[in-house]
Ligand binder design. Structure first.
Ligand SMILES: Cc1cc2nc3c(=O)[nH]c(=O)nc-3n(C[C@H](O)[C@H](O)[C@H](O)COP(=O)(O)OP(=O)(O)OC[C@H]3O[C@@H](n4cnc5c(N)ncnc54)[C@H](O)[C@@H]3O)c2cc1C
Length: 650
């Protein structure tokens, strides 16, 4: 290790992989088999497939999480046709359920919930998931710093969507005890936050020098721009784009302007319609990353208007969505949207945990939404023989087949692999709440057009990294709460939202430990959207944790240097939540045809097949929790329709 690496603290013992290795080897080394390691599973992952051990507690694991090692390798072998060469005979568990759900994300958990609503609480349900935790994207990261609990979301961040929650999705949240507006009013703890502002970090690689510039949103843009390292011409053009009421498309009606803007990217709008200096592009490039996973080169200008990007204030566009907009942007452009939003400290992992509390109450102690936040899940209770609902983690479904002809089938057989074995279970019905692109491998007998539709979308890769700091003083000294860092490895850095709920208390003083969220969305500007996502996914799966750690230490050190931040001293733990298969792919008017609503690939893809129904937010082509719930609901109703008016027991 060289001097620079030591300066960054890469030699420090923090909670990351080195810690995990120690724990895993200590508790479960004997579980690791040559077969698992031959399949690319790490020793620690093998140890984790022992949820009945008291040490099994995935939320507290650090290092590389999200789609962690051990969760995806065999799925890729299945896709590549090499899986069945690696495994032995199938063991029949002789377990029979009323419903087998593949995927324990919010959609799969919601499907189990809705199934019980119709079938009764004695319905027997098995949920399978390839990850070591339930919740899918909605997972939780826990840290202990100086005895204090810090919670963060590993993926799904908040109850928030550009379109209103459906009666079913809203009804489910209400039944779980979640009232987003009321919780926001009660739990947002602005005490320390009120004085903190947004900032932009200009890095030397992209802008020629390192400089953090705080922006006071109450001040004109010129005041901020004057302190940046940008040239005079670029500052002038950014100020114009942000504030000048110029109509760049004079003589056109609002509808004609919208039509024109739907056919060009936001980047092209800036360069060719607003005639901005080319050097303004790096300043705006990653503005769309958080919502779309790609930059302004691949997002339509009209979507940019819908989500509130600047430059349109003089165009006098009529409020409201237009035909050629993504669903996200159309929703965002809808006036007078009802505020329906809440961020739990662990994001929507709280929804997953509340759903599990209704399904397997003995695994989730407590009674209220407030006590849930600090409750410790008893993972050993998730999959108990004799329980009506069982959640089996570390279990990748590899086959779902009708027993007999799809039309007359009365059962579905599902194979799953866990550790070195393949097991079979049977269900009277099956909901595939897993990712669309996996389904053709599970059900190769599906009609070809349906399989094509299932693989049409490319899930959006993204990373939410949580970094625990010994204290938050650097942020308070600098007066910042969020940092946009265009061109950096992580394009956004922010303090986690100040939420105090139940026994969980957000930092009360600058000296208290805090958690940062860093966001990275790997993509390849200039290429079509789906290609950018596929290349980004490849990049994520081949980037080791050490690369993340080096960038995190280096860039945080440079951003926060003016406040004396020392990455070697101040960083206590790092969890990189890597989601190569992140957001559901949403159709993008620049890159996708304009289908009739019932001809969209997601609609063709989600058609039921015998006793198999298809859920997941992919089935809506809409990456939001309400979509995940709605699709779980629809899939269950379809199963009951298949079964006619009989109950599931028929
Ligand atoms: C980083 C990130 C942030 C997000 N933030 C928000 C937000 O703020 N608000 C919002 O509404 N939405 C957000 N989303 C969107 C999020 O995808 C949805 O809200 C929701 O959590 C998706 O739930 P799901 O059940 O449809 O899919 P998933 O959560 O992906 O669950 C599917 C599960 O099925 C498993 N699976 C796949 N194949 C198999 C197999 N063969 N066998 C067994 N299991 C399998 C997967 O591993 C996964 O665990 C975010 C997503 C990401 C990635």
């Amino acid at each position: 290790m060289d001097a620079e690496e030591r300066h960054l603290g890469l030699d420090r013992h923090i909670t990351r992989r080195d810690f995990l290795n120690g724990v895993a080897l200590g508790v479960g080394g004997s579980l690791a088999s040559a077969w698992l390691t031959a399949c690319g599973w790490s020793v620690e992952t093998a140890a984790l497939f022992a949820p009945d051990r008291p040490t099994y507690y995935p939320p507290a694991l650090t290092g590389m999480r999200g789609s962690h090692d051990g969760s995806w390798e065999l799925a890729h072998a299945l896709r590549d046709g090499t899986f069945w060469q690696q495994v032995g005979a199938v063991t029949d568990t002789r377990e029979t359920y009323d419903l087998v759900v593949v995927g324990s994300g919010i959609s799969g958990l919601a499907a189990a919930y809705f199934f019980r609503q119709r079938a009764g609480n004695d319905a027997r349900i098995l949920l399978l998931d390839n990850h070591d935790d339930f919740g899918g994207h909605a997972t939780r990261n826990e840290f202990r710093v100086g005895g204090q609990l810090l919670l963060g979301n590993g993926g799904t961040h908040a109850i928030a969507t550009p379109t209103p929650y459906s009666p079913q999705a809203r009804g489910l949240l209400t039944a779980l005890g979640i009232d987003p507006p009321a919780l926001t009013a009660q739990c947002v703890d602005q005490q320390l936050f009120a004085a903190l502002k947004p900032a932009v970090f200009f890095s030397k690689e992209t802008f020629g020098e390192d400089r953090l510039v705080v922006r006071d949103p109450t001040q004109p843009w010129a005041a901020f721009l004057a302190r940046t390292p940008l040239s005079h011409a670029v500052r002038r053009d950014i100020e114009r784009i942000q504030e000048a009421p110029i109509d760049y498309l004079p003589g056109l009606s609002s509808a004609a302007k919208k039509e024109r803007l739907s056919g060009v990217s936001y980047q092209d709008f800036l360069l060719t319609i607003a005639q901005a200096h080319p050097d303004v592009i790096p300043f705006y490039q990653t503005r769309t990353h958080g919502l779309y996973g790609i930059g302004i080169d691949a997002v339509p200008a009209l979507d940019g208007w819908g989500i509130g990007l600047p430059g349109f204030q003089g165009l006098e566009l009529e409020p409201g969505p237009a035909p050629r907009m993504s669903r996200t942007a159309a929703g965002a452009a809808t006036p007078n949207r009802e505020p329906y939003r809440f961020h739990f400290p662990d994001g929507n992992a709280s929804i997953a945990r509340l759903l599990v509390r209704t399904l397997v109450p003995e695994a989730v102690p407590g009674q209220t939404v407030e006590d849930l936040v600090t409750t410790r899940i008893n993972y050993a209770r998730l999959d108990r023989p004799g329980a009506t609902v069982r959640i089996r983690l570390g279990s990748l479904a590899v086959r779902a087949r009708q027993v007999g002809e799809p039309r007359s089938s009365r059962e579905v057989e599902v194979y799953y692999t866990r550790a070195q074995r393949v097991y079979a279970v049977r269900g009277r019905g099956c909901v595939l709440a897993c990712w669309n692109m996996v389904i053709p491998s599970l059900c190769p007998e599906l009609p070809e057009p349906q399989k094509e539709a299932l693989v049409y979308g490319a899930k959006v890769p993204l990373v939410y990294t949580n970094v625990a700091l010994r204290h938050g003083t650097a942020f308070h000294q600098l007066g910042v709460r969020t940092i946009a860092a265009p061109g950096c490895f992580h394009h956004a850095v922010s303090l986690h939202e100040p939420i105090s709920i139940g026994a969980y208390r957000y930092a009360r003083t600058p000296e208290a430990p805090v958690l940062l969220r860093l966001v990275r969305t790997p993509c390849q500007p200039g290429l079509p959207a789906r290609e950018q996502h596929r290349l980004g996914r490849l990049e994520l799966l081949t980037t080791p944790f050490t690369t993340f750690e080096r960038h995190i230490r280096d860039e945080l050190g440079r951003m926060l240097a003016p406040a004396g931040f020392d990455p070697a001293r101040d960083i206590v733990a790092i969890t990189v939540n890597r989601w190569p298969h992140g957001y559901a792919y949403e159709y993008n008017p620049l890159w996708d045809p304009e289908w009739a609503p019932d001809e969209q690939p997601c609609v063709l893809a989600r058609q039921p097949f015998g006793r198999i129904a298809i859920a997941n937010s992919d089935a809506a082509a809409y990456a939001y929790t309400d979509a995940a719930i709605d699709q779980g609901y629809r899939a269950v109703q379809e199963l009951f329709m298949t079964w006619g008016t009989r109950t599931q027991h028929a």
